[in-house]
Design a protein around this ligand. Sequence first.
Ligand code: NAD
Length: 335
Amino acid sequence: MRVAIFGTKGYDRQFLNRANAAHGHDLHFLEPRLDESTAPLAQGFPAVCVFVNDRVDAAVLERLAAQGTRLVALRCAGYNNVDLRAAARLGIAVVRVPAYSPHAVAEFTIALLLALDRKVHRAWARVRENNFALDGLIGRNLHGRAAGVIGTGRIGALVARSLRLGFGCEVLASDVVEDPELVAMGVSYVPPAELLERAEIVSLHCPLTPQTRHIIDADAIAKAREGLVIVNTSRGALIDTRALIAGLKARRIGGVALDVYEQEADLFFEDLSDEIIEDDDFQRLLTFPNVLVTGHQAFLTQEALEGIAETTLGNIAGFEAGRPLANSVDPAMVR
Ligand code: NAD
């Protein structure tokens, strides 16, 4: 099938080309991200492949439909950037990669938490300057601390398990469905408000939906335990950035590790080292000594990229063959 693949980097090409040996799709790699201005590049392509920061809203979908596109294949798990109702109305199928290696994201979450809490990023910078002083590098043990996990699906369950069994944390969880395996290992499900009141660390792993947008807002920060450490490897808009900055300035928040950011579409995945960054909130975040930011790389392991490529191309092959779509996304999935 002819596929227009938007927002591609070298690593996307490498893994998709390798996996395509088993499929023989006609892959066209495009560097720009999909939005209204770049949608014409997909003229005549029955399938379009996109990632987390491509804009697949109603206007873009209408344009794609008019140009002959019948399938949008997400090469990621989250689908918050797609207007699913518009896609259904226009008869465009949407597929995704529901599970490509939850371990990749869960392990990176723990890496960020440890780096932030033990100040590894600051120590690394000091040692490069031959500064071996330890003042200011005092961390906290994870063992015995109360850690909250919001969203215990594929990724959150692995994080909860690691915190509970690997580090000996008291693990509190919030989700609309409980995972009995986590309960059996001593994880306690509590309402989100109680989780925020009791947890010293909160890690976010729920999807971005209208219900979860700004789940960490000024109110949540005001009710949270003083010194709360927040880790977000899910979606940026789960956190109200301005409220986060206010919480950091008020010293209510003890530390923040982010792999995702509310306005990341304007920044992430590009080398902007010679540019003036216009996003003052993002720049302010970077000035805090207790904030650690990475540019949406939690998924970036060899295993995950292989999984993404194989499932994406398999999804497209299934659509082409008219098979029932195992990984389709539909409006009913947005709670
Ligand atoms: P999943 O669907 O397996 O799990 C999500 C869980 O969140 C489910 O258990 C669901 O019941 C729960 N949930 C839904 N609404 C909730 C709410 N209001 N409150 C609490 N819990 C709620 O998804 P997953 O594979 O674990 O991925 C989680 C998220 O991680 C994705 O939505 C995606 O946004 C993000 N992600 C980020 C990266 C990265 O590179 N940083 C990579 C992959 C996924």
